[in-house]
Design a protein around this ligand. Structure first.
Ligand code: FAD
Length: 289
């Protein structure tokens, strides 16, 4: 069942995000994780995409394998900054051949695209979504930012642009990771006030280190609550303690989100299964409530 239909069917939706592996070791880890996570019966898995060269085809190929070999419902991330309209149509043709029916349509980050590879057909995700809607045949999702996209001048302006993305055809949204649930619930109030009524799936990530947090806060405009910061400091030199703390933090976050009415959880897995398995087991009670 496509993602949009799953979300409409009611019940909570659980999903996992993977990235295309780069090394043999990465590849083995991803497939082990995918097989283990499949046992939890996710509603879908998504596969990221980078904007350069043949990367979209790696995403298409991995989506095809996860669907054909493991029977998973798959969402292909598709960025547009480095593509012409013809290339986007060709990638969509590849996805159709792989029987992939869901696309998370994104702009991509200009700083990750070599200047010579930047194309002029698309400046924003809403333009890609409008084109994909015209092409037809895909369930379409988009990205959103509870703490505002870093480039947006104000939260209000960001939400006005998000409304354009939904009006263009995004049928659901997945959030940037966040660590403070208040930002998600505030965001839902703002989006509802702006007339956005599509489901907003919260993106959760168990943190594996202090350095990782610094990267997120600097690059992504994501705030780190004091409780998370002090836990990471406390367990900085104890791998097992850090893992347990991190899973516990994400589990409590997930429980509160589900009890507060979130339509489900999207877990950023970094191609590993253990934390995701434990988090889902921990939030089960809240999911059933
Ligand atoms: P847009 O919706 O186009 O928004 C980008 C900025 O432009 C925002 O500040 C917005 O307010 C503003 N804006 C929008 N429309 C207009 C307009 N008409 N005029 C002026 N300003 C406007 N990146 C990858 O490279 N690969 C991935 O696989 C990937 N997966 C992601 C998954 C999720 C769930 C999320 C949240 C992000 C993901 N990203 C990925 C990152 C994403 O590409 C970047 O955050 C990017 O900077 C913005 O993408 P977007 O689709 O949200 O852009």
């Amino acid at each position: 069942m496509r993602v949009t239909e799953r979300l409409k069917a009611g019940g909570r939706v659980f999903s996992f995000e993977f990235y295309p592996p780069k090394t043999d070791e990465d590849t083995a880890r991803l497939f082990t994780a995918a097989v283990e996570l499949k046992r939890l019966g996710p509603d879908f898995v998504s596969v990221t995409n980078s904007s350069s060269g043949a990367a979209p085809y790696r995403t298409v190929a991995l989506c095809g394998v996860l669907k054909a070999q493991l029977g998973l419902e798959v969402v292909a991330h598709l960025t547009c900054l480095a593509h012409t309209r013809e290339e986007i149509a060709e990638i969509c043709g590849g996805l159709r051949k792989m029987d992939v029916e869901n696309i998370l349509a994104l702009r991509g980050d200009p700083q990750n695209v070599a200047p010579a590879a930047l194309r002029r057909d698309y400046s924003y995700a809403s333009q890609l979504i409008a084109d994909l809607k015209r092409l037809g045949g895909f369930s379409l999702g988009g990205a959103c930012y509870p703490e505002k996209h870093p480039e947006a001048p104000t939260p209000e302006e960001d939400i006005r642009r998000l409304r354009e993305k939904v009006d263009a055809g995004a049928e659901y949204l997945i959030t940037q990771l966040f660590f403070d649930n208040a930002s998600y619930f505030r965001f839902l109030e703002r989006t509802a006030a702006a007339g956005i009524s599509v489901p907003v799936l919260p993106g959760l990530m168990p943190i594996t280190g202090y350095r990782q947090v610094r990267k997120f806060t600097q690059l992504m405009n994501v705030s780190v609550p004091a409780a998370l910061r002090s836990g990471l400091e406390r367990w900085e030199n104890d791998k097992a303690g850090l893992f347990a703390f991190s899973v516990e933090y994400a589990s409590r976050q997930g429980e509160e989100l589900l009890r507060g009415g979130a339509p489900g959880l999207h877990l950023y897995t970094l191609n590993r299964s253990r934390a995701a398995i434990e988090i889902l087991r921990n939030v089960k009670g809240a999911a059933a409530a």
